[in-house]
Design a protein. Structure first.
Length: 251
């Protein structure tokens, strides 16, 4: 098989997954967008968290041109991305009991806020405890995960539960266990993960839904413009001034 055919197969697999989440998660996308709009209207703050490569989708909706200015990154040192050394430390920290509680205690999260938690497997202690403890604080939780992991793997949290069990809305990315779309007889391991593509698209669909829901209620969505277009910086300055008390990435 030629390399170009493998590339085409990956695109086909990713497009197939995108079609599935578009069609099968439509109700949940609508619910998540409405929940975000509710939070904005009610004066709440928005946060997103993801560990490891799941942090890429979280970062994609924070301080993003065309995105909601109110979305803030809830960062956990050592688990956001692969910049920690060694990179394997990030994976180990996801399994540490009690870390989520310490993070939330030091965060600005409060009752009435909303937290998007992204975890492909949803099985590690950190995302499970993050969701449990956030809801106990009165925070609404949107979970983005692959529900298949709950039936094909075991939980790593003492409760035996998964992220999906502690959310107000669950967005199922439909990613198969193992997050690799392709196989080849001459390659022993499956390869070509699609979770970042699908999860980011899923969340952008939610953000679009939230913006539309706000506009439908007569509220101008607090959107950011690109700083690389004329007038972009001025627009963003106005939005950040108006909503400065709910934006934490400037402090």
């Amino acid at each position: 098989m030629s390399d170009s055919k493998l590339a085409g197969q990956f695109f086909d697999a990713a497009i197939g997954l995108l079609r599935r989440v578009r069609d099968e998660d439509a109700g949940e996308i609508e619910a998540a967008g409405s929940l975000i709009a509710d939070t904005v209207v009610d004066g709440g703050r928005l946060f997103a968290f993801g560990a490891g490569h799941s942090s890429l989708a979280a970062q994609d909706i924070v301080y993003r041109a065309g995105g909601l200015a109110l979305m803030n990154l809830l960062a956990v040192p050592g688990v956001v991305g692969v910049d920690v050394m060694p990179a394997t430390l990030g994976s180990a920290l996801e399994r540490v009991d009690g870390l989520a509680s310490a993070v939330l205690d030091c965060s600005p999260l409060r009752s009435g806020d909303l937290l998007v938690i992204i975890s492909l497997s949803g099985r590690n202690a950190l995302p499970v405890e993050m969701a449990m403890n956030a809801r106990a604080l009165g925070v609404k939780v949107i979970g983005v995960t692959s529900v298949a992991y709950a039936t094909e793997t075991t939980s790593r949290h003492v409760s035996g539960t998964y992220l999906k069990d502690h959310c107000d809305v669950v967005l199922d990315s439909r990613i198969p266990v193992g997050d690799a779309e392709l196989t080849l007889d001459s390659i022993e391991a499956p390869f070509a993960p699609a979770s970042t593509v699908v999860t980011s698209a899923l969340l952008q669909a939610v953000m679009a839904t939230a913006a539309g829901a706000l506009a439908h209620r007569g509220v101008e969505p607090p959107l950011l413009r690109s700083g690389n277009v004329d007038g972009g910086h001025e627009w963003n300055g106005r939005v950040m001034t108006e909503y400065g008390d709910r934006i934490f990435y400037r402090r």
